[in-house]
Unconditional design. Structure first.
Length: 166
């Protein structure tokens, strides 16, 4: 199974592709999509859409796992990120890629065993779980790999429940 993990944003969107074969996990590719600050929101969303479509066409993931929107204190940033998530979800739908959403605590728990882990702890454990030579960078890409890891651990449950609902 090829899992595409996404850490959504408007300026920087982290992505990570993780191959799961049995219990083996391997990072295939990770990085970020960047949009140009100062451009109108619509133009930034067009950039995001084009880059998402390019990645989905090139890698053809089986599933897309994305971090749920988390509003902290800045609702304006949250609304802008919600626009970006909408574009990401639409791109996945156009490519017929099922989407699974995970909250930040679930992602941290999957990567580290602790739902309140620090960003540094998540990055370190992601590196170790995927046997990467160096810590994944930038942080958004590392977060996207952690989202994909989270799905890899939940995938057997999703498969079992979807089969029992048939």
């Amino acid at each position: 199974m090829l899992i595409m993990g996404i850490d959504p944003g408007i300026g920087t969107v982290g992505f990570g592709f993780l191959r799961k074969e049995g219990h083996a996990l391997r990072a295939v590719k990770y990085g970020v999509i960047r949009t140009t600050p100062g451009l109108p929101l619509g133009d930034r969303l067009l950039t995001l859409e084009a880059d998402m479509n390019e990645l989905l066409d090139a890698f053809k993931p089986d599933v897309l796992a994305i971090e749920e929107l988390f509003f902290n204190k800045n609702i304006t940033t949250g609304i802008t990120v919600a626009h970006a998530r909408g574009v990401i979800l639409l791109a996945a739908a156009h490519h017929h890629v099922p989407v699974y959403e995970y909250n930040p605590a679930s992602i941290k728990l999957a990567a580290t065993g602790y739902g309140k882990a620090t960003k540094s702890q998540v990055i370190t454990m992601t590196q170790q779980l995927l046997a990467l030579a160096k810590k994944p960078s930038p942080d958004d890409a590392a977060d996207a790999l952690a989202v994909a890891l989270c799905h890899s651990f939940h995938a057997p449950w999703h498969e079992a429940t979807s089969q029992s609902n048939r």
